[in-house]
Design a protein around this ligand. Structure first.
Ligand code: GNR
Ligand code: NI
Length: 169
């Protein structure tokens, strides 16, 4: 297992379309393991292969239920809408507000090439869409309804005033 360097916005690799995975071999398993490790190191909930310079259709995700790998993913169905804050390990410190489906049905292969389907909702749906965009060379800046800024500067997400212990006077 190894940490990989995460490319940041401005690197042209992030704007390219990734190719399908054809070989489900040991090398793929090592890549997926490295992606999971790199995602955790960066405190991300997802990571797509192009973010570490590999133009293959792979992403990993952990929204609190353990790591999942999606290989050659396809979004089959989208339902509803959610609007909320979004960030990206390739745009460190920058956040925006993005509208995404509330629910998606996604079909993909696992690390052994076995097809599976799952329904993702809320953050998981947001993440699947964000990662799937990476595989088509799209960064969330393109979808943001506001100029990217720090999380605290997001409209509607002002931090609560820190209550001083003991108060005034
Ligand atoms: O860590 C991440 N958080 C996040 C928050 C809202 C919507 C999508 C994401 S994915 C992001 C990690 C990342 O850059 N994945 O490509
Ligand atoms: Ni991202």
């Amino acid at each position: 297992m190894a940490l990989r360097e995460i490319l940041t916005e401005g690197d042209p690799v992030l704007n390219r379309r990734s190719r399908p995975v054809e070989k489900f071999d040991q090398r793929l398993h090592e890549l997926v393991d490295d992606m999971v490790e790199t995602m955790y190191e960066g405190d991300g909930v997802g990571l797509a292969a192009p973010q570490i310079g590999v133009l293959r259709r792979i992403f990993v995700m952990d929204v609190g239920e353990g790591p999942l790998a999606f290989i050659n993913p396809e979004i089959m169905e989208e339902d509803g809408e959610q609007e909320g804050p979004e960030g990206c390990l390739s745009l460190p410190g920058l956040f925006g507000i993005v509208s995404r489906p509330q629910k998606v049905r996604v079909r993909a292969q696992d690390r052994d090439g076995v097809f599976f389907e799952m329904t993702a909702e809320d953050l998981a749906a947001r993440c699947v869409c964000h990662e799937n965009d990476h595989l088509d060379g799209i960064l969330f800046r393109r979808h943001s309804q506001v100029p990217l800024c720090s999380f605290d500067e997001l409209p509607g997400y002002e931090p609560e005033e820190e209550a001083e212990e003991g108060g005034e006077a």
